[in-house]
Design a protein around this ligand. Structure first.
Ligand code: ARG
Length: 562
């Protein structure tokens, strides 16, 4: 039962507004003494031409309260409702119990497609901890949207275009060797590039430009080498994606749009949007207080923005998306504002379905990362270290655990991901080991541990039987708090999707885990009389499912033992 909606339909009749509108007014009061739900009468004051407290009193006097409402009370302009604990618990848990791990799922996204551009790594570079957020945030958004019934297309828009690839090819031809690159992977490519920047003379610079031209012109040898560099990079990063459990539907990167740029440029010209300015072709955006969006260099070469434009039209045509999300750091705010504005200027009314989802920077134990200053922390190293640390902790706390390696992986990765997704995405994240891997407080391992606690209770218990449960047994503070958290879960998922903010789920999971722990310490479960035990088992089972689903939506696994 949706209590808000039930109450709304009672009031809607009297107030003469729709049930839905009425439901949208209903709030959860800030204090327990004020009841479980409150209807503010302020918005009705104008239509009904009465003071809010008067309306509240009138509603109270005329409403016939259904059984699930224990009491209604006027407080200022609010009508507060106190729900019947038993009925409320029974109704919330029935829904959660029946739906199991699908509780919170919905069909609001049915027949709608969302493209999510995330991770979007650069070829011949190694992923550092700065790539963590786009990767795990994008993955979580993909999972949340799928859970809500959307068709999701996950896209890794590879950074695989630019003059640096000419340099790399040139460096490889002079100094490289195949075996070395095959063995050392991306590191060998980086070495070649660094050496080029240091040692290349004028002749080599000219050669490098020629190599890039060859890539542009689809020269067989150049393309073969270039594709090989790409494979090497993708093979390296695949290890990270495997650890994080991430898959992409498309790896169409910047080079994919090479032959799709001219048509876009043509269209811009036809629509009189392209102007020559200081030696480059640009779309002016003065009227929106933005600098011009540069699209072609003086030699006619495309740039990052041109390829993003081409990608937008390709994605629209190919996937017919209802929304296209770009999970990219806030440093690129202006870039996306400009590109989206250009689409709007071209006359496409769906330009507002392009959404940049920005996020803050990651630093490491108080230090900002800088490739140039040599302070880099590679992502695979962070993940590997997390797994080793998790294994150390398991060896110390639970040395006899089966499948220790697997669990260490789940816990270590879970810690890193949870930590990264804990704060609002726009906030900068400072990564600290001791905070991420803490088994106490608001961390991944803490939530995973609460999940294992639920699993272990359920394992030791006799079979659960919903019908035998007496929900009157859940009338203590801790149980009621747990029930109300479970009740919130579907709304939490919707909020996270609407705001592109998985941290709403992360914090929910931490609170739910904490609430369960309190319930667990204050209440005996096994050994109680059947009706009481069953009520507590049902609550435990619903908590377990919710924790598992919430973690799953964040891209974190939930081991049964740890
Ligand atoms: N490769 C880019 C970078 O590392 C991110 C690409 C984001 N996606 C896009 N469609 N521009 O900065």
């Amino acid at each position: 039962m949706d209590f808000k909606l039930e109450i709304a339909s009672l009031i809607a009749e009297k107030a003469g507004i729709s049930k839905e509108e009425c439901a949208s007014f209903i709030e959860v009061p800030p204090k327990k003494e004020m009841g479980d739900l409150a209807f503010p009468c302020f918005k009705l004051a104008r239509v009904m031409r009465k003071a809010p407290p008067v309306i509240a009193q009138e509603l109270k006097d005329t409403l016939v309260l259904p059984a699930f409402i224990k009491q209604a009370q006027v407080e200022g302009g609010y009508l507060n409702f106190f729900l019947d604990t038993k009925k409320r618990a029974e109704s919330v848990l029935k829904s959660a119990y029946e739906k199991g791990e699908n509780y919170g799922a919905s069909e609001i996204g049915k027949d709608k497609t969302v493209c999510i551009d995330y991770s979007s790594i650069n070829i011949a570079k190694r992923c550092h901890i700065g790539h963590l957020t786009t990767t795990v945030l994008g993955n979580s958004l993909a999972k949340i949207h799928r859970f809500l019934g959307y068709n999701v297309v996950s896209i890794n828009h590879l950074g695989d275009w630019g003059t640096q690839f000419g340099k790399m090819l040139c460096a490889f031809k002079h100094w490289g060797n195949k075996k070395d690159v095959e063995e050392k992977g991306v590191n060998a490519l980086i070495e070649l590039y660094v050496r080029f920047e240091k040692d290349a003379d004028e002749d080599m610079q000219t050669e490098a430009r020629a190599w890039f031209k060859k890539i542009e012109d689809d020269d067989a040898e150049a393309i073969e080498l270039f594709n090989w560099f790409k494979d090497i990079t993708l093979k390296d990063v695949q290890r990270i994606y495997d650890l994080l459990g991430i898959k992409f539907d498309s790896y169409a990167g910047e080079s994919f749009y090479k032959d799709k740029c001219p048509a876009v440029v043509e269209e811009l010209k036809e629509k009189n949007l392209l102007e020559l300015s200081e030696g480059a072709y640009v779309v002016k955006l003065d009227q929106y207080q933005m600098p011009p969006c540069i699209l072609l260099k003086s030699d006619g070469a495309t740039i990052y923005a041109t390829r993003d434009l081409a990608a937008i039209f390709y994605r629209k045509k190919t996937y017919d998306f209802d929304k296209c999300l770009y999970v990219v750091a806030y440093q690129q705010n202006l870039h996306f504002q400009q590109v989206f504005k250009v689409v709007e200027q071209m006359g496409y009314d769906w330009a507002d379905s392009l959404v940049h989802v920005p996020f803050g920077m990651v630093s490491y134990e108080g230090q900002t990362l800088s490739t140039r200053k040599g302070h880099v922390v590679y992502l695979d190293e962070v993940l590997d270290r997390a797994i080793i640390k998790a294994l150390d902790i398991i060896n110390e706390k639970n040395p006899d655990l089966e499948n220790k390696e697997t669990v260490a992986k789940q816990v270590g990765i879970g810690a890193v991901v949870f930590y990264d997704l804990f704060s609002n995405r726009i906030k900068d994240v400072d990564f600290w080991w001791d905070r991420a891997l803490n088994f106490e407080g608001e961390t991944g391992p803490y939530v995973q541990y609460a999940h294992t606690r639920c699993c272990s209770v359920l394992k030791k218990a006799p079979e659960i039987n919903f019908v035998k449960a007496d929900f009157n047994a859940l009338n203590d503070e801790a149980s009621m708090d747990l029930v109300s958290r479970i009740e919130m879960f579907p709304q939490v998922v919707l909020d996270a999707a609407e705001k592109y903010e998985p941290s709403i789920i992360t914090r929910f999971a931490a609170n739910l885990a904490q609430s369960y722990n309190r319930f667990y310490f204050e209440n005996r479960i096994l050994g109680e009389e059947e009706p009481v035990m069953q009520a507590r088992l049902v609550l435990t089972k619903c908590t377990r499912d919710c924790l598992k689903t919430a973690l799953g939506l964040l891209g974190i696994e939930a081991p049964e033992k740890m």
